[in-house]
Ligand binder design. Structure first.
Ligand SMILES: Cc1ncc(COP(=O)(O)O)c(C=O)c1O
Length: 435
């Protein structure tokens, strides 16, 4: 018998193969990325940075990390990078630790309008350690209002201005944000966890020339392993103004490196860094740009098809991979929609819409994303069909037979769009995987 753990992994592989994956933050990493993740690099301790480790035996992992750094620099045109954050949350925590002392001020995008917990939520260390104010979107357009951000910044005088979102379907104006940051003497941090792959493909505004520091995850539109990164377009002096013993300004990169390790992390995950390097290599290929273009086209086609079916798509479309739907005109909550769609084989997440009258565990909206199904080969035509299935499921939430029938139809349909992951069989497992 196979160890139940491998049975559950196989069950999850099948779930991924047989259902429509529309969670905006998910994607299907390539078999090469997964191979690097599951490699012997897992066994290696390598505290420190290439060439400056606290452990022996780092010759090969040094090469791995250097390659990851070089590819990432090339991908985004960055002058400096750190590829060690275990995740997006760690990247953000390290950057804030580098820039702020406890109690100092952070201005960021409101969680309830699409921001992220790590941008100053009271539930996250960022909200507990720093003094936080938020900007949001306008109630009439659901768009960012840069005049409002400027006004808030002038009044609050933050030390860090943070931008970026988990659910905002439009592009960001980094240049204007930098002007605002400069007006108040703030350091501008962009968190591009969601659109990173689309930015790498040069399809959205590039934050690197404007923002002092850029953080990201590597597993969403960038399609790599779960992980984080920190980048700078160009080095700049230590905004804390501390002098080194030689009287020189300490370089920001050194401060960021040490905020991550030993500031908040221990040994880097070298297997994850290798997998990041593989993913950056994939993203540097011309095919990745075509993929990213298709992600956006698909999101626009999905938004359009849903609007034609009388769904309220926030901002009436999208610039990126995200489609936000307000379900109030349909009399359905986000939670009810999420549950019903899952029964139909469609995975999405309920999502607060800005100014939502419902609490976070219920919500009035849903968030849809196109990165995963685009990896599977879906184009606009398939996404118009996805809109039909969503509508059929949402109009039959009280009809389990109909939901089951949609699920069966989707399972059949997806046989033409296979995933490249081999099933786990007893024969394919090492002896320790059997019990
Ligand atoms: C904007 C943003 N930043 C940071 C994160 C955190 O990333 P992770 O889940 O890898 O810690 C996310 C994850 O959803 C995100 O959307």
């Amino acid at each position: 018998m196979i160890d139940p753990i491998f049975a559950w992994i196989e069950a999850e592989r099948r779930r991924q193969a047989e259902g429509l994956e529309l969670i905006a933050s998910e994607n299907y990493a390539s078999p090469a990325v997964l191979q690097a993740l599951g490699s012997v690099l897992n066994n290696k301790y390598a505290e420190g940075l290439p060439g400056k480790r606290y452990y022996g035996g780092c010759t090969y992992v040094d090469e791995v990390e250097r390659l990851a750094q070089e590819r990432l620099k090339l991908l985004f045109g960055a002058e400096w990078v750190n590829v060690q954050p275990h995740s997006g949350a760690q990247a953000n925590a390290a950057v804030l630790l580098a820039l702020l002392r406890p109690g100092e001020k952070l201005l960021s995008f409101q969680l309830a309008h699409g921001g992220h917990l790590t941008h100053g939520s009271p539930l996250n260390s960022s909200g507990r350690l720093y003094t936080v104010e938020h900007y949001g979107v306008r109630e009439d357009t659901y768009l960012l209002d840069y005049d409002e951000i400027r006004e808030k910044a002038l009044k609050f005088r933050p030390k860090v201005l943070m931008a970026g979102a988990s659910s905002y379907p439009r592009d960001w104006d980094w240049k204007t944000l930098r002007q605002i940051a400069d007006e108040v003497g703030a350091t501008l941090v962009a968190d591009i966890a969601h659109p990173a792959g689309l930015i790498a493909a040069k399809l959205l505004n590039d934050p690197l020339p404007h923002c002092h520091i850029v953080t990201s995850t590597t597993h969403k539109t960038l399609r790599g392993p779960r992980g984080g990164i920190i980048m700078m377009g160009k080095d700049f002096p230590n905004p804390l103004g501390e002098k080194t013993p030689k009287g020189q300004l300490k370089k920001m990169s050194t401060i960021l490196d040490s905020a991550l390790f030993p500031g908040i992390q221990g040994g880097p995950h070298m297997h994850a860094i290798a997998a990041k390097a593989v993913a950056f290599g994939e993203a540097l290929q011309p095919e990745f740009r075509s993929y990213a273009q298709q992600v956006i086209r698909n999101a626009q086609a999905l938004a359009q098809a849903l609007m034609e079916l009388d769904y309220t798509v926030l901002t009436r479309g999208t610039d990126n991979h995200i489609v936000l739907v307000d379900l109030r005109n349909k009399g359905i909550t986000g939670r009810h929609a999420e549950e019903g769609l899952e029964m139909a084989g469609i995975t999405i997440n309920k999502n607060l819409i800005p100014y939502d009258p419902q609490p976070p565990l219920i919500t009035s909206g849903i968030r849809l994303g196109t990165p995963a199904l685009t990896t599977r080969g879906f184009t606009e035509a398939e996404f118009r069909q996805v809109a039909q299935w969503i509508d059929q499921a949402l109009t039959n939430l009280a009809n389990p037979e109909k939901l089951n029938a949609i699920q069966a139809e989707i399972r059949d349909f997806l046989q033409s769009y296979p995933l490249p992951y081999a099933p786990i069989t007893p024969a394919a497992l090492p002896a320790e995987g059997r019990v």
